[in-house]
Design a protein around this ligand. Structure first.
Ligand SMILES: [Zn+2]
Length: 232
């Protein structure tokens, strides 16, 4: 059989052409892809660099028409806002490794949560909530209300502060694991980490005396205990 060499060659080239073109396109696409990937990786790296600081929300108990416990001529809401809040704010500003904000002291986290379905329902799940309260009706010393059976390291540090300046409530020896506090249960069910600090009894003359006398030191130590950062 006679073979037409020229026709075969041309046909061959024509058959190969799409393949060659396709390969070129693929290579270009690959190169483009690689560039995009490395750009994305660089972007992600740049974004991840300033690591998000841990956020703590400090809540002074009661307020907004709820005085809380009464004793020694004052109320829980007033004492916490008048004596403790300014000192906590002062030391919160000195912290570098974490961000500390305060729940609007004109508001009441418990009623915001339970009656208005806001408060604890609206908090970011990564936030850690530290609530300050004073105890009543009768007794001496403070304790930390915790949300797991065993206290965290932060809970232990907070209890140490109470022990040092006011003394611990002998009934709890530092910690009380409670599951019957409705606002706290909202936090618990949402997986939000928290500690509730009962700094002492508002009804106990000595507790209030010690709280007033050492308030600056207590506030500084509390901020250090919360953030695990030494303040100069
Ligand atoms: Zn209270």
């Amino acid at each position: 059989m006679k073979h037409n060499w020229k026709m075969g060659f041309v046909a061959g080239i024509m058959l190969l052409l799409p393949l060659v073109l396709a390969t070129t396109t693929l290579t270009t696409a690959n190169a483009a892809n690689k560039t995009t990937t490395s750009k994305t990786a660089k972007k992600a790296k740049a974004k991840a660099k300033p690591k998000a600081k841990k956020h703590y929300l400090i809540v002074m108990g009661h307020g907004a028409g709820d005085p809380g416990a009464r004793g020694n001529g004052t109320t829980e809401a007033t004492f916490l806002r008048k004596h403790m809040l300014p000192q906590l704010r002062k030391y919160a500003k000195k912290v570098k490794g974490s961000t500390i904000t305060f729940y609007n002291p004109k508001k009441n986290l418990v009623s915001d949560t339970l009656y208005h379905h806001k408060g604890s329902y609206k908090l970011n799940k990564k936030t850690t909530v530290i609530m300050f309260h004073l105890d009543a009706p009768a007794g001496h010393g403070g304790h930390v209300i915790i949300h797991k059976k065993h206290p965290t390291k932060r809970d232990r540090r907070l209890a140490k502060v109470i022990k040092k300046y006011v003394g611990l409530n002998r009934a709890y020896n530092g910690f009380s694991y409670r599951t019957n506090l409705r606002n706290c249960n909202v936090l618990r069910h949402r997986g939000i980490d928290y500690s509730l600090v009962e700094s002492g009894f508002i009804t106990n003359k000595n507790d209030v005396k010690h709280l007033k006398k050492h308030m600056a030191k207590i506030a500084k130590a509390d901020i250090e205990a919360i953030t695990n950062e030494k303040i100069k």
